[in-house]
Design a protein around this ligand. Structure first.
Ligand code: SAH
Ligand code: AVI
Length: 324
């Protein structure tokens, strides 16, 4: 990666993030109903596994959202107008971004934000090589708290891009807080394009989160692998089974890791006991109705300006504007 790109990545973030990981794990495994935060799926290996998930046949969101972007990119670019600075939350591979970049006129800068620092560097370098005249400013950060962007990011005409329905990984209060924080980062009257996965039949949803190739299972277990590698954990991955469940009252898919036998596991010297069939809740993926997302956006001071859908109405892209 070029020095210009690397200088935007704050290496001191790593120790702060490791401490956050440790505290989250100790607290989550001590709870009566054990849980871990899904943001810790994403080291480089987890990010690559996520990319593999996007290619399995049962995981419909990525290909459907790409289809919406390819069909309506000109329409979206017209709404955004020339001279924008595009700020992407949870950019990952930035695979969807070029579809928009090709349609946008006189872009000032592209700012991918992600928690997976090394993978962010790789993706930002690769995108910068493909768009030689584009000012790419990667920011390594955790968007569960407000993100302060480097001073070199233009203040005017900031436009948010939050594809993938990653907002669905927040519970409702977390999603509202994220939207408020994003509004502060982008500025008053800013526009954001946000991908939202929609409610649909339960079988389609459950298969999307439990693919026959077992990629989602490996992605889910990667959180235990990271605990072993980074926090000195002693999880035996073969003694936990991946499970996806649909929570009807919450309207969300849940991922769990179920202990296949009674066992004890250590993390940094602390012992955690698991009964047989006891589970760790690792992820929520909320599915919205158009009405439900509109209500959430409005609660967080955003208004819905436009919605684009695929033919089967599986997924949606919303253009929302910050009124705060
Ligand atoms: N935008 C891509 C990737 C989605 S996967 C797409 O639509 O395909 C979710 C991405 O969000 C991952 O790259 C992950 O590393 C990132 N992410 C998850 N939690 C995060 C957090 N709390 N802060 C910043 N990035 C996060
Ligand atoms: C990133 N996020 C929106 C994905 C989702 O669909 O909730 C993560 C994922 N989990 C399992 N498969 C994909």
């Amino acid at each position: 990666m070029s020095e210009a790109l690397a200088e935007n990545l704050d290496i001191s973030k790593d120790s702060e993030m490791k401490e956050d990981f440790l505290q989250d794990v100790l607290k989550g495994l001590s709870a009566a109903e054990k849980r871990l935060s899904s943001r810790f799926f994403y080291d480089t290996y987890g990010s690559k596994l996520f990319e593999k998930i996007t290619q399995v046949s049962t995981y419909y969101p990525t290909r459907t959202e790409i289809d919406i972007l390819e069909t309506y990119a000109e329409d979206m670019a017209a709404l955004i107008g020339p001279g924008a600075t595009l700020i992407e939350f949870g950019s990952g591979s930035s695979r969807k971004t070029p579809i928009l970049l090709h349609a946008l006129e006189s872009l000032q800068a592209y700012v991918p934000i992600d928690i997976a620092g090394d993978y962010l560097q790789e993706s930002a370098s690769s995108l910068a090589a493909d768009f030689k005249n584009l000012n790419v400013i990667p920011v390594h950060g955790d968007f569960t708290s407000p993100i302060e962007l480097p001073k070199k990011v233009p203040l005017e005409n900031r436009v948010g891009f939050f594809p993938g329905s990653t907002i669905g990984n927040f519970d409702r209060a977390g999603a509202e807080q994220f939207l408020r924080n994003a509004g502060q980062t982008l500025g008053s009257n800013a526009l954001m394009l946000i991908g939202i996965d929609l409610q649909k039949d339960i079988s389609t949803l459950l298969h999307a989160y439990d693919d026959p190739e077992g990629v989602t299972a490996a992605f889910n277990k990667n959180i235990l692998k990271r605990i072993n590698k980074e926090l000195g954990g002693t999880f035996d991955l073969s003694k936990f089974a991946h499970e996806s469940r649909y929570n009807m009252s919450e309207g969300r898919v849940e991922m769990h890791l179920v202990s296949t036998e009674a066992q004890s596991v250590k993390v940094q010297g602390q012992v955690f006991h698991f009964e047989k069939d006891e589970n760790i809740h690792t992820e929520n993926s909320y599915k919205y109705t158009l009405k439900g997302f509109k209500a959430l956006a409005e609660k967080a001071c955003w208004s819905v300006e436009k919605v684009w859908l695929d033919e089967c109405q599986l997924f949606s892209m919303h253009a929302i504007r910050f009124k705060g």
